[in-house]
Design a protein around this ligand. Sequence first.
Ligand code: HEM
Ligand code: HEM
Ligand SMILES: [Fe+2]
Length: 438
Amino acid sequence: MKYQSQKVALYYFTGALVLFVAQVLFGLLAGAVYVAPNMLADVLPFNVIRMVHTNALIVWLLMGFMGAAYYLVPEEAETELHSTKLAIIQFWAFFLGAAAIVVSYLLGNHGGREFLEQPLWGKIAIVIVALIFLFNLTMTVLKGRKTAVSLVLLVGLWGVAVFFLFAFYNPVNLVLDKMFWWWVVHLWVEGVWELIMASILAFLMIKLTGVDREVVEKWLYLIVSLTLFTGILGTGHHYYWIGTPGYWQWIGSIFSTLEVVPFFAMVVFTFYMVYKGGRDHPNKAALLWALGCAVMAFFGAGVWGFLHTLSGVNYYTHGTQITAAHGHLAFYGAYVMVNIAIMTYALPNLLGRSPYNQMLNMWGFWITTSAVSFMTFVLTFAGTVQTHLQRVLGEGFMDVQDQLGLFYMMRLGSGAVVVLGAIIIVVSLLLPGKEKQA
Ligand code: HEM
Ligand code: HEM
Ligand SMILES: [Fe+2]
């Protein structure tokens, strides 16, 4: 660690990891309700459990991105953070604000639009937190060295805030409502978050492989262009059945198919950097997570996304368990893994530990990644059966659900293993280790 102010990242990483465990626990609870549908129905209904699960996911991923930014921007800009104090205030505002929003959910107070359920005061608080964050970070970049990594990261983070503003626009017309809803949901994960992910991977490649910055930067710009070229019009794959004109079938199908390309480019990029770089960095676990992230994001977003993105296929699969299969593998592969990758790299430095739990961390990698993959397969099978029975043969929704019980039990089982893996990862990252690092 070169700059003292990088230490604020510790708050964000710890907060994110706590919420990670909470998120998967609520997922487990949601999976249990699928198996025993009336469980908790009066105290904690499924829609609330699901909302806490998905919202906690988004919040901890964002918190992790903020930690990543506070860690890598001073190092890239070669200067201390604009204000350490502001960063700490911002952390508590974010953490306590998120907690207040969860309490409001548990009391049944929410807006009902998936992912954007936060009550109005919650949304306003989020914007204030985002502005403090962006101010602090932008000031730091402005006064220091400007690198491609920090500029792309900054553009991504500003994009997150700008697109979030569409969460405030809630038109009465249902078509318009849906159109703009996706501007937050889709343009985040298939647009600006992808830029954040690419810049974090680029930073890790520079540090871990020792490849020249110039080479990494060329790849970064290529990935950014590919992402924006495909991802923006790729939003069309959500405009098939919401009442928009028919040309969206074409635009959505073509451009979202091309979205596979930047994800594939990230796989080629990371492996090529490792192959080219001569450095044998001691933090093997961080490299494992970085490479694993590129690969699993390619499968989750690229392969499982393409599976149902052509409008002729999506006509049948829309909103089935196929969607859930894709949602899980894509979020895990891309954004959970990139977060754990940067934390695995940064936390030993932040905590001043040269011996740390590298082996345990890698066990966490394999256990969690295998379990999420298994869960994805199970949901894909469930979704295929569901699509056939419900959409092809025309059976009733609940009749079909009754026939999917075995899949839901297997999902619950793999979910329990995901929780175990998550706990292993958190323990390996935060607790002192025994292994000596060379
Ligand atoms: C890091 C791991 C996880 C990630 C990234 C994740 C992500 C998500 C996302 C994005 C959704 C919304 C899906 C959609 O709209 O299609 C969701 C819903 C859900 N997740 Fe997870 N989740 C994780 C772990 C778990 C675990 C361990 C379980 C336990 C079985 C679980 C069970 C569920 C259930 C039951 C739903 C609701 C699905 C529905 O409404 O049909 N998740 N999760
Ligand atoms: C890391 C990037 C990605 C993440 C995190 C992600 C996540 C998700 C989630 C959570 C949903 C469910 C939304 C909802 O209905 O509530 C979804 C839907 C969808 N995604 Fe992705 N996705 C990613 C990339 C992609 C890519 C690259 C493609 C295409 C190649 C794709 C194709 C689709 C399609 C077609 C749907 C709509 C499914 C339906 O009609 O029910 N996604 N995605
Ligand atoms: Fe999308």
